[in-house]
Ligand binder design. Structure first.
Ligand code: CU
Length: 152
């Protein structure tokens, strides 16, 4: 409501409305709370919960529950072949959370439940901004992915 009024006021006075701010890691946007980013080529981009990303030869769909992320929750991954769409069931998934503080890294174990679905329960020692490094390994091929997420 306030946003609409502000835009209306700007239109009446003839001034140009500013584009909506996009929050990056470490920033707080005034109107929209982003809690998840993906890091690609050294840059963090907002990443929607439930989105998928191509990493090497596989497609990885990522669901975090609850969302926005809490200190304790779980991550559901659906991993499929990029070319055929077939579920990847033979891989092993490694996960580590880090925020570069003296408490160190936190490992999380991925449990394969079949059909390309992997469940990763996690418990973090403190709230804040965490980097999640994920690797999918199978038959000598390793695909790496980095997410950044903020917990309350
Ligand atoms: Cu910390």
């Amino acid at each position: 409501m306030l946003t609409a009024l502000a835009v209306l006021a700007a239109a009446c006075s003839g001034s140009v409305a500013k584009p909506a701010a996009t929050a990056g890691p470490g920033e707080t946007a005034p109107f929209k709370k982003t809690a998840l980013w993906i890091e690609q080529g050294g840059q963090a981009q907002p990443f929607g919960n439930g989105s998928s990303v191509v990493v090497g030869a596989v497609n990885v769909e990522v669901f975090i529950a609850p969302y926005p992320p809490q200190r304790e929750g779980s991550i559901d991954l659906y991993i499929t072949e990029k070319t055929t769409g077939k579920p990847v069931e033979t891989g092993s998934v490694d996960m580590a959370f880090d925020m570069y503080m003296p408490h160190g890294r936190i490992r999380a174990e991925a449990q394969s439940t079949g059909g390309g679905h992997y469940l990763v329960p996690y418990k973090l020692v403190m709230p804040g901004e965490w980097r999640l490094d994920m690797t999918v390994s199978r038959s000598g091929e390793v695909a790496a992915l980095a997410l950044i997420f903020r917990t309350d």
